[in-house]
Design a protein around this ligand. Structure first.
Ligand code: CAA
Length: 261
């Protein structure tokens, strides 16, 4: 795919994906969602040569200010349902990616933007970041997983308050509530922190990382017994060469050389 609204760069094994619609505060229009879908469903799973992904928005003001409201005019119920189903499936592909995805939230993360960062595995915010699900202001509800994931991160009580008032959560408070892993003064520092985390995770066994992600996701999947998923995934990683290498390296008091096999 020829990406028009995503800027994708690879440096030292880290892919940085920037949503590039700064004049619309990086709002997710159909084309952006299509490119995110292609990237996370087809492009990223096929690339082998990277440790993880940083997802961010262009500029200093917004990560993503939501779904593109201008494209919502005239939607009917059937189209609304299809739009939500499609957005959710794109965001599931982020959450289920076998490599770590860190959102660097550089400003507003509202509506679909808050939902997008919540589908990532970790969130690092700049001090000016603000999180919210203000859909009720438009007469709708969150549709890209917000009613589910916000509850998972901050609990039912605060999530309901945010979704019913449309209020924004400042970065420091989002961190206190567990939505955000770290808050840094600037975007450059947030990217630096995300990069350091991905390099650190990149020193671990890749299949162990993939199975941690899958097992933790199982906790939130009503159709899956999470403990059983953990048992199966433990079996899977026990069968890997990397497990032999990791355990042997410990005994031999040296650093393991993981191969992802
Ligand atoms: N969709 C489309 N355009 C958007 C947008 C959005 N979600 N958010 C901002 N923009 C555009 C504005 O229309 C404006 O464009 P123009 O210059 O062409 O008018 C430009 O971005 C700059 O925005 P503002 O002038 O509004 O900037 P501000 O600093 O005054 O306010 C803001 C910033 C508080 C984020 C405000 O833009 C805002 O409230 N945006 C909408 C937030 C929102 O409601 N998000 C939820 C969308 S619905 C959704 O996401 C549903 C879902 O779950 C799938």
């Amino acid at each position: 795919m020829n990406y028009e609204l995503l800027n994708i760069e690879q440096q030292e094994g880290i892919l940085t994906v920037t949503i590039n619609r700064e004049t619309a505060l990086n709002a997710l229009n159909a084309q952006t969602l299509k490119e995110l879908q292609f990237f996370f469903e087809q492009d990223a799973p096929q690339r082998m040569d990277y440790k993880g992904i940083i997802l961010t928005g262009a500029g200093e003001k917004a990560f993503v200010a939501g779904a593109d409201i201008k494209e919502f005019l005239g939607l009917d119920g059937t189209q609304g349902e299809a739009l939500a189903r499609h957005g959710q499936s794109v965001f599931f592909s982020i959450e289920r990616l076998a490599k770590p995805v860190i959102a660097v939230v550089n400003g507003y993360a509202l509506g679909g933007g808050c939902e997008l960062c919540m589908a990532c595995h970790l969130r690092i915010a700049t001090q000016n970041a603000a999180f919210g699900q203000p859909e009720v202001n438009l007469g709708i509800i969150p549709g890209y997983g917000g009613t589910q994931r916000l509850v998972q991160y901050i609990g039912k009580s605060k999530a309901l308050e945010l979704m019913m008032t449309g209020d924004m959560l400042p970065a420091e408070e989002a961190q206190r509530l567990g939505l955000v892993n770290y808050v840094l003064p600037t975007k450059a520092e947030a990217i630096e922190k995300a990069t350091a985390l991905l390099h650190k995770i990149g020193t671990k066994a890749p299949l162990a990382i993939a199975n941690v992600i899958q097992s933790v996701n199982a906790y939130f999947d009503a159709h899956v017994d999470g403990f059983e998923a953990e048992v199966k995934n433990f079996g899977t990683v026990t069968d890997t060469n990397d497990f032999q290498e990791g355990a042997t390296a410990f005994v031999e008091k040296r650093k393991p050389q993981f191969k992802g096999k």
